[in-house]
Design a protein around this ligand. Structure first.
Ligand code: SF4
Length: 358
């Protein structure tokens, strides 16, 4: 039995079953969005959207075979491979991102894992420290990490590390065969051990079944503590990748995935990530109503298109939303942005229950 009053209270749990998650996912959309809003309002300021900028600091030529990725060396996608950017180029991009309202700057490199004890890794560490000195939250996504690499990144000033689970453990092998699900979980463990926050989510629309979206949400829910950021991506079909002809998924599956993530990981910031160029303003607004409170800015997301700053500013104006202000002290800012729950579950009707057994 789903206890909607408990769900609306924003109680943090790590033990949602697949049946419970599916029952939440399948709620009438009005109930689902009401619940997501109830939870979201307890932890976040509902009119503020975190703006993150993602820069590809090393592009293409990746040894992995992620079926959605134009940067994999396994596929011919026309992406121009580019070596690691210089520290000064990265810093200039970070300054521009800050001037445009971004409070988080993410650096992505198409590596299976960063080359160990290399000049390249040292260069990344130097860039991290320089960007952090601008007062931006620094996030990196560089592939698999071991404990030493994770610690070095933390010490250089990385606040968050992105490493997605992508999909359910069952569907994973249809998407990637060059590494296994456990590799991903191990990297997330190293990230936590080093003291960085975790940015971890997945992709919707890769040909998965609903049960796989539920399975992904279950895995994310079992990470304790929950990832501080949960990016939910809509597949961007890129010519040359195995998923180039994938049938478009109904946008309400995306909305339901976001809302369910918001409800079962109430303290996490849900990020509406890739795929926004395929979405109307109305669809994006629904995702914000479902609890998404962060986007990536700019006209490019690594190598795929993104709406761009003008379109986002126009949308924000229409919706009355505003960017979360950048802080001079990245980590403190992140911790302070969370508003602890003030409303007790008893203020909700206790008889709002649903049968969770499917
Ligand atoms: S590891 Fe990252 S860069 Fe490499 S193919 Fe997979 S998604 Fe692309």
């Amino acid at each position: 039995m789903l206890n909607l009053a408990e769900l609306a209270s924003g109680k943090v749990r790590y033990d949602y079953t697949r049946d419970e998650i599916q029952a939440i996912y399948d709620l009438p959309i009005t109930r689902l969005i009401f619940l997501a809003q109830s939870v979201h309002h307890k932890y976040f300021k509902p009119d503020e959207i975190q703006m993150s900028t993602l820069l590809s600091i090393k592009t293409g030529g990746c040894k992995e075979n992620c079926a959605y990725c134009p940067q994999s060396a396994h596929y011919s996608t026309g992406v121009d491979a580019q070596g690691l950017l210089s520290v000064s180029t990265i810093v200039e991009a970070a300054k521009a991102a800050k001037a445009n309202g971004s409070s988080r700057f993410c650096m992505g490199a198409a590596w299976r894992s960063p080359p160990k004890k290399s000049k390249q890794f040292d260069q990344v560490l130097e860039a991290v420290t320089a960007v952090r000195a601008l007062g931006l939250e620094v996030c990196t996504t560089l592939g698999m990490l071991d404990d030493d690499q994770a610690l070095a990144l933390k010490e250089a000033g990385v606040h968050a590390y992105n490493h997605n689970l992508d999909t359910s453990p069952e569907y994973y092998k249809d998407i990637i065969s060059t590494r296994v699900y456990q590799d991903r979980l191990d990297t997330l463990k190293s990230v936590r051990k080093a003291g960085m926050t975790v940015c971890c989510g997945g992709i919707v629309g890769m040909g998965e079944e609903k049960v796989d979206r539920i399975g992904l949400l279950e895995q994310l829910n079992q990470l304790a503590p929950h990832p501080e950021s949960v990016p939910i991506n809509l597949l961007v079909k890129v010519e040359g990748t195995p998923l180039q002809n994938e049938e478009a998924i109904d946008i309400f599956e995306m909305v339901r995935t976001i809302a369910t993530a918001c409800i079962i990981m109430p303290e996490s910031r849900i990020r509406l990530s890739a795929g926004r160029t395929q979405m109307s303003d109305e669809a994006q607004a629904l995702c914000f109503l479902a609890g998404a409170s962060s986007i990536f800015t700019g006209d490019k997301l690594l190598t795929t298109p993104n709406p761009g700053d003008d379109a986002d500013h126009r949308l924000f104006q229409k919706l009355g939303l505003k960017p979360l202000p950048a802080s001079e002290t990245g980590t403190e800012f992140y911790e302070n942005e969370i508003v602890k729950p003030k409303v007790k579950s008893s203020s909700y009707q206790a008889d709002l229950t649903y049968e969770a057994t499917l």
